[in-house]
Design a protein. Structure first.
Length: 225
């Protein structure tokens, strides 16, 4: 039985924070030894203002639904297989973005991209060329009068054995688990596309943080299937 994909995948930062706080309260009631860890994690969760929204596009028959999607820079778009054999293949995209070409079938399942910059991202199914869609992205300033920082491209999200991203001139990239424990650290070449090996990590929610020096510039929620 299929559930509505938007209900499963559409989260806002505030909703996620409320859910995190509720789980932490349960932990604190049932295990007093968790107080120190939970307090640290709550500070981390509430400080992550850059949680992206995850938008779902259902792929069924000969239609992408919705075929036109409005998003904000830094959001994640996921194509969910429902039926048939299809691809999602970029046709025209902004110069700042990377092209994609992914099969959406019963065996491959879903595919996700992070939206790095403003513009229109057009795509189609190469098996059914008349099956098309568009994503229109708008970048909002992080505060009044302040332009938004370059948002790193993170893909796929959700991921499995490896997660890719461009460093966007950040000095250090760190992957944390949901308790705030550092798991992986990478110091990439500036502006280069790179990746983290994640095959040994269990499924779950992680925080990928990007640093300028020792200052955390932004963080993104990533999910391992």
């Amino acid at each position: 039985m299929w559930l509505s994909a938007p209900k499963l995948l559409f989260f806002t930062a505030e909703a996620l924070k409320r859910r995190v706080a509720w789980y932490l309260q349960l932990l604190l009631k049932n295990n007093s030894q968790m107080k120190k860890v939970c307090t640290l994690f709550l500070c981390l969760a509430l400080s992550v203002s850059g949680f992206s929204t995850i938008h779902a596009i259902q792929v069924a028959d000969f239609t992408f639904t919705p075929s036109l999607l409005n998003v904000t820079c830094g959001d994640t778009v996921t194509w969910n297989w429902v039926s048939g054999t299809h691809t999602t293949t970029s046709t025209t995209i902004p110069a700042c973005a990377n092209p994609w070409n992914a099969s959406i079938t019963v065996s491959t399942g879903d595919f996700s991209i992070a939206i790095p910059c403003a513009g229109t991202y057009s795509y189609n199914c190469t098996i059914h060329p008349n099956m098309t869609g568009s994503i229109v992205a708008t970048c909002l300033p992080s505060s009044v009068g302040e332009p938004m920082q370059n948002t790193p491209l993170i893909y796929p999200n959700p991921f499995r054995d490896k997660i890719y991203f461009n460093s966007a001139n950040f000095d250090k990239i760190v992957l944390y688990n949901i308790l705030g424990k550092q798991l992986l650290e990478l110091k990439p070449d500036a502006g280069m596309n790179t990746s983290l090996e994640t095959a040994e990590l269990p499924s779950g929610i992680y925080i990928l943080s990007f640093y300028n020096g020792e200052i955390r510039a932004l963080s993104r929620k990533v999910i391992k299937k």
